[in-house]
Design a protein around this ligand. Structure first.
Ligand code: 8Y7
Length: 285
C-alpha cells in the first residue's frame, strides 16, 4: 500500500485520511457555481478567503476547477478555462501553504497549472484526451485517475455494467498500467471510482458498499460523494442541505479504505474523520 503521494515539490502523507476541499471557479457548478467567478472574472479575494477558511477547518488539499462537469453544463473554451485556472492557482500558490489540485482534462491547463505551483492533476476523464498523459507525465505532479462511463453530457442516460464494482476496478487497473507505461511513478498515482459519473444511484450505492474491493489495490483511493445526487435518491434535499448525508457517506468510504475524500463541507467532515481516526488507533493499541 502506497503510504505517501509525491505532489511535485510536496508530499502528501496518507497515514491518516485526508480532506480535499472543493473550490470551483465556474459560473455554473452545481454546488458552489458563481461564488468565486462572476461576470467573466475570478473573484480572487473571495476565493482566498474561502481557501483560508477550508485550511483552518482541516483541508489538506484544495481542488480548483474551471470547467463544470455537471450534466448540461455550459461548454468552456480552452482559453477561458486556462484563464480561470491560472488566475486561481497563482493566487492560491502565493497565499496558501497547501497542495493545490487542478480539476481539468485539458493538457494546456495541466501544463500551466504545474508552472503556477499546482501539486496534483485531477482528471475526471482519466487523462484520455490526446496528449493528456504525455503532458501529465512531463509535469512530475501527482495524478488522480477517475473512472467515468461516457461523457458528462450523456453519462447519466443509461449507464450499464456487467458488475459495476468489477468493471470500475478493472478499468482502474488497466489505466494504472497505461499510466505507468508512460514513465509515471506509481507513487504519483491516486485512483477514484468516480461516484456519479455514468452511474445510477443504485450503482453508486453498490460501489460504496463494496468499495473495499477497489481499495484493495496498491494505489490510494480518493472518493467524491459530497452533495451528490445519490443522496437525493434517498432524501429530498437540495445540494446545500446534503451536508449530514455527505459526512455519513465520507465516513463510510473511509471505513472501507478510501484515503482522500473530496468535499464541500470541510469542517463537518474533519470532525467526523477525527473520530474515525481516533477509534481506529484505539483498536490497534
Ligand atoms: C469528482 C471530481 C467532481 C469525484 C474526483 C461534483 C471534479 C462533481 N466529482 N473529482 N470532480 N472525484 N476525483 O459533484 O468524484 O463535485 S465534480
Amino acid at each position: 500500500m502506497v503510504n505517501a503521494i509525491s505532489c511535485g515539490a510536496r508530499k502528501l502523507d496518507l497515514s491518516c485520511p485526508r480532506i480535499m476541499g472543493v473550490l470551483n471557479v465556474t459560473p455554473d457548478s452545481f454546488s458552489d457555481g458563481g461564488q468565486f467567478y462572476r461576470d467573466g472574472r475570478v473573484n480572487t479575494d473571495a476565493l482566498l478567503d474561502r481557501a483560508e477558511q477550508m485550511l483552518a477547518e482541516g483541508a489538506d488539499i484544495l481542488d480548483v476547477g474551471g470547467e463544470s462537469t455537471r450534466p448540461g453544463a455550459l461548454a468552456v473554451s480552452e482559453t477561458e478555462e486556462l484563464d480561470r485556472v491560472v488566475t486561481a492557482v497563482e493566487a492560491l500558490a502565493q497565499h496558501c501553504d497547501t497542495i493545490i489540485s487542478v480539476d481539468t482534462s485539458t493538457p494546456s491547463v495541466m501544463r500551466e497549472a504545474a508552472r503556477c505551483g499546482a501539486g496534483l492533476l485531477n482528471d475526471v476523464r482519466g487523462f484520455k484526451r490526446p496528449d493528456a498523459l504525455q503532458v501529465a507525465a512531463e509535469t512530475g505532479l501527482a495524478l488522480c485517475v477517475m473512472h467515468m462511463q461516457g461523457e458528462p453530457d450523456t453519462m447519466q442516460a443509461a449507464p450499464t455494467y456487467t458488475d459495476v464494482v468489477h468493471d470500475v476496478s478493472e478499468f482502474l487497473s488497466q489505466r494504472l498500467a497505461e499510466v505507468t507505461a508512460f514513465g509515471i511513478d506509481p507513487d504519483r498515482v491516486i485512483i477514484d471510482p468516480g461516484f456519479g459519473f455514468g452511474k445510477t444511484a443504485q450503482q453508486n450505492f453498490e460501489l460504496l458498499a463494496r468499495l473495499g474491493e477497489v481499495c484493495s489495490k496498491e494505489q490510494p483511493v480518493l472518493v467524491g460523494l459530497s452533495r451528490k445526487s445519490m443522496i437525493s435518491s434517498v432524501l429530498d434535499r437540495s445540494p446545500d442541505q446534503r451536508t449530514y448525508a455527505s459526512v455519513a457517506l465520507a465516513l463510510m468510504a473511509v471505513e472501507r479504505g478510501a484515503r482522500i475524500v473530496r468535499v464541500h463541507d470541510v469542517a463537518a467532515t474533519f470532525d467526523a474523520l477525527s473520530m474515525w481516526q481516533t477509534l481506529s488507533q484505539s483498536q490497534r493499541s
